[in-house]
Design a binder for this molecule. Structure first.
Ligand code: HEM
Length: 591
């Protein structure tokens, strides 16, 4: 039954005829006028390197023909468990990173093993082709002391497993989000649904609710909802936003709340300045500004902090100037690569498991486990303000071959007895049919590694020794395991292979998006003065405007406060001036 439903909904995208002058559609269609259905949800990813599978599209084998080492064995060998704070990056950076990533991904593969196939470690799982549980080796450093020998996991869904393509073709991953950065995880993919349920049709605003003196997106009104971890009866709030994934991991949830509020802030400013504008015009102008603001934060604030400003300038991702730029190429399809979400999973190694909460003055209050907050929006009602103050005060975890024990043993919190996210990350490399690590090194640097010793160029000798112990041949190394071992890219905080794949995607996204905010020629493009206002975007400004009780913050809030980035009053943070959107026909003067 479920397959019949999905076949109808997921194999075909309907496209209403395009009008070249219309602005960005919610469902992503018509972004590319030559191929109007590209850019929609449920459209294929592309591959940076050809697929590497064994027979019947099972995971590739090692060069010797033996199975590759167990994923859990790879993870426990490459990453020990512990907690070491970073000295530079904040939790807020990780919250925003997962939010940006979720814009182009989907949750169905995770929902699949939490809700639909929780039985992969049981007898029933042995005959279900969809089951690929993580087997735990006998000598596992943690579970040789427990009775746990297996962790539940399912095979990623593909156009083939859903019945859209023949089963004897290379599996093509299904993703339910649209591939452009368009805040589809906030506004959704259907204008009809947004209009029916979420727009207030007053002053361009989205509907909102007030609870505990705070503004929230609308909440579900049914006794059963997705917030499975709400501790009822005390915790009841669960977002009823266009995409229910907003209730999932904490970082995504936080930024959905802040973006929802920010939309309304922008719409109310526009309506104050242009009282003659219709609700429709206010709504769509506000959405356009919010998407541009968010992309400016991603490209010009988060990415330089992580990937290095000079590197991004050199590679053409960032412009050194504030003016328009137009890199659009009609022949490039709006798509994400299969490798892009894969390398982003590396972020799990710098995710801190213990979430610290502070008051507005910076006094430490309390802490909780971040993995217990997935699908638990109700917890935020009493704690959102303190989590917010903690987000820009608490450091991320350090990248040091150590992963937080909650992420590696309890990744799904109470949703699953034991769950090791980085082990799944290694395994998914294989189930998505990714090429060996050294092929990506060749792609990124042109250098061919023929032996373990050659890796010294990119990693320290102790890391090479671990790889040598785990894998038989240098060609066996999984992409993720290679990235766990690399030294950071110069001037940034990420491994060079992650840098390479992410930069390729950022360029593709920018060049294939007809509605990219820096373009002067897109439909309803910004004026020069409007673009200059968007250039002022910062996460500090956003939190000053819509974060609860934020009156002081460091200007670069993805980096820890300290010399050169001292906390200051919100009055000192540069602000967007909405008078750039003043419509003279509305008749108010610039007061
Ligand atoms: C609270 C912290 C986090 C938790 C509990 C969490 C949890 C998870 C889980 C359970 C999965 C699915 C793993 C699988 O079965 O394949 C996943 C995937 C993923 N996570 Fe996280 N995560 C966290 C933080 C982050 C951060 C900071 C990023 C930043 C980029 C991130 C990016 C991703 C990506 C890209 C995927 C793959 C999604 C896909 O391919 O569809 N996560 N995460």
């Amino acid at each position: 039954m479920i397959n019949y439903y999905l076949k109808n909904r997921w194999c075909v995208s309907e496209v209403i005829p395009c009008n070249p002058q219309e602005t960005r559609r919610l469902d992503g269609t018509c972004n590319n006028l030559k191929y109007p259905n590209r850019g929609a949800s449920h459209t294929p990813t592309y591959r940076l390197l050809p697929a590497h599978y064994d027979q019947d599209f099972e995971p590739r084998k090692s060069k010797s023909g033996k199975p590759l080492p167990l994923c859990r064995k790879v993870r426990t060998s490459m990453l020990a468990e512990g907690r070491v704070p970073d000295t530079e990056l904040t939790q807020l950076l990780l919250h925003f990173w997962v939010f940006v990533s979720s814009d182009v991904l989907s949750l169905h593969d995770t929902v699949n093993y939490i809700l639909w196939k929780p039985y992969c470690c049981q007898e029933r799982g042995k005959t279900d082709k969809g089951c690929i549980p993580n087997i735990i080796p006998e000598d596992d450093p943690v579970h040789r002391f427990s009775s746990i020998r297996c962790m539940n996991l399912t095979r990623p869904w593909s156009f083939q497993s859903t019945g859209c393509y023949r089963n004897d073709t290379t599996p093509e991953r299904i993703i339910t989000a649209s591939p452009a950065y368009d805040l589809s995880h906030v506004y959704g993919l259907s204008l009809k649904l947004l209009n029916q349920k979420h727009r207030s049709f007053k002053n361009g605003m989205l509907k909102f609710e007030v609870e505990n003196n705070m503004l929230w997106p609308p909440s579900t009104k049914t006794p059963v909802d997705l917030c499975l971890l709400n501790q009822k009866p005390k915790e009841t709030r669960c977002h009823d936003t266009p995409e229910s994934g907003s209730n999932s991991v904490l970082g995504l949830n936080l930024f959905v709340i802040w973006t929802w509020r920010f939309h309304n802030y922008v719409a109310s400013e526009l309506s104050r300045i242009n009282p003659c504008w219709s609700d429709d015009r206010l709504f769509f102008t506000a959405r356009d500004i919010v998407i541009a603001y968010y992309m400016q934060m991603f490209y010009y604030e988060l990415s330089p902090t992580l990937l290095g400003y000079e590197n991004l300038l050199r590679d053409g991702v960032l412009s050194p100037f504030k003016e328009f730029r137009d890199l659009y190429k009609e022949d490039l399809l709006p798509q994400i690569s299969i490798e892009y979400p894969m390398v982003l999973r590396w972020a799990h190694t710098i995710t801190e498991g213990v979430l610290k909460m502070y008051d507005a003055k910076g006094n430490y209050l309390n802490e909780t486990r971040i993995v217990d907050l997935t699908l638990r929006t109700g917890y935020l009602v009493e704690n959102l303000e303190f989590i917010t103050h903690g987000a820009y005060r608490q450091p991320a975890a350090k990248n040091d071959g150590i992963v937080d024990p909650d992420i590696s043993e309890k990744g799904l919190g109470p949703h699953q007895r034991a769950s090791d996210i980085p082990t799944s990350d290694v395994c998914k490399n294989r189930y998505f049919g990714l090429a060996p690590y050294i092929k990506y090194r060749k792609l990124c640097s042109g250098v061919e590694y023929r032996s373990f010793d050659d890796l010294i160029e990119i990693m320290d000798s102790d890391r090479i020794e671990i790889l040598r112990e785990v894998y038989e041949h240098v060609e066996d190394i999984d992409l993720m395991a290679g990235m766990y071992s690399e030294r950071y890219v110069k001037g940034g905080h990420v491994p060079p292979t992650l840098y390479c794949v992410v930069v390729e995607q950022m360029m593709r996204t920018m060049m294939s998006d007809r509605h990219w905010y820096e373009r002067p020629n897109r439909p309803n493009a910004f004026t020069r003065n409007q673009l200059l206002q968007i250039r002022k975007a910062s996460v500090a400004q956003m939190l000053c405007l819509v974060g609860d009780g934020v009156t002081h913050i460091q200007p670069h809030a993805f980096s820890m406060p300290g010399p050169g980035n001292e906390m200051c009053s919100c009055n000192m943070i540069e602000k967007i001036n909405f008078w750039a959107w003043k419509d003279p026909s509305c008749g108010l003067s610039n007061a």
